[in-house]
Design a protein around this ligand. Structure first.
Ligand code: SF4
Length: 281
């Protein structure tokens, strides 16, 4: 196996829960943890790249198998020849462990246990504080007590949350994420998470039927981020990106990428709030 930035096949290591990828955003190796082995999510984003996505929640997790897989992967990455064997020169750096699977990780009944396993295995390999633990979440379930406890635990081990906010309007979230949650409810969850663990807002922007997001959408987004900032919510910044790989949803033919110049122009607007904004076209 030789990894590249487009090989995000979760079966690439032939493991159930753990998969290595090269993260173009991070410029290094990310070890993904997929708790949604049933390809189930409580959102249905039009740009989603999960094959055979179904509506639902993550299944039960064999926590000891997760531990064994993570141990085997870290043994290879930290002490073995994984980097030389599988990773191109220039990105041979172990960057993070990311809860980022084929669905919403916090819908797992074992989310808290899974974070605990990651913490314990990273401690075994003396990697706490050296790599980040990233939770990539749509944020819809983060106010559940056991999810909050998992996020608190992440904070103690160099954790980061990437909280999805693709639109700051109810109509936009419905059209993009098929989510009926109100904007205030989403912002309340975002604020709670940001106060528990360093949190970045992650936003996917794209054109639909050739049209980029309109001024109503962009203005609402800017306004919401500004209000969070003014209210002292400790948001680390915003991660803006567009479609890196094709959607596997029926809407795929309608969607197209926005180029780096478009994303940078919007990023500049947000930076004037002021706010840190990172762009990955
Ligand atoms: S939240 Fe993530 S996994 Fe769920 S539908 Fe959206 S892109 Fe897919």
């Amino acid at each position: 196996m030789r990894l590249n930035v487009t090989n995000h096949d979760r079966d690439s290591a032939n493991l159930r829960y753990v998969y290595p990828v090269i993260s173009r955003r991070a410029g290094g190796v990310s070890i993904g943890v997929n708790l949604n082995t049933n390809n189930a999510c409580n959102f249905r984003c039009v740009y989603c790249q999960v094959p055979g996505l179904v509506r639902g929640k993550a299944p039960q997790v064999d926590v000891e198998l997760l531990r064994a897989e993570l141990r085997a992967m870290l043994r290879d990455v930290v002490h073995g020849d994984f980097m030389e064997r599988c990773v191109p020169e220039g990105v041979r750096r172990f960057n993070d462990v990311a809860f980022s699977g084929n669905g919403e990780p916090t819908s797992s009944p074992k989310f808290l246990e899974a974070v605990t396993v990651v913490k314990e295995v990273l401690e075994e390999f003396d990697q706490v504080g050296k790599v980040q633990i990233i939770l990539i979440t749509n944020g819809s379930l983060t106010d559940r007590p056991e999810v909050e406890r998992g996020i608190q635990l992440m904070q103690a081990i160099n954790g980061r949350v990437w909280f999805k906010l693709d639109s700051a309007t109810r109509a936009g979230a419905l059209a993009i994420n098929d989510s009926k949650a109100s904007v205030p409810a989403r912002l309340e969850r975002l604020e709670r998470v940001a106060r528990l663990c360093p949190t970045w807002i992650q936003t996917c922007l794209f054109a639909r039927s050739g049209q980029p997001p309109d001024e109503t959408e962009l203005g609402a987004y800017e306004d919401v981020v500004r209000r969070l900032r003014d209210a002292g919510v400790p948001i680390q910044g915003v991660l803006l990106y567009s479609l890196a790989r094709p959607s596997l949803q029926p809407e795929a033919p309608e969607l197209s990428r926005l180029d780096a110049a478009w994303l940078e122009a919007f990023a500049e607007r947000l930076r004037r709030i002021p706010l840190e904004v990172r762009v990955t076209p």
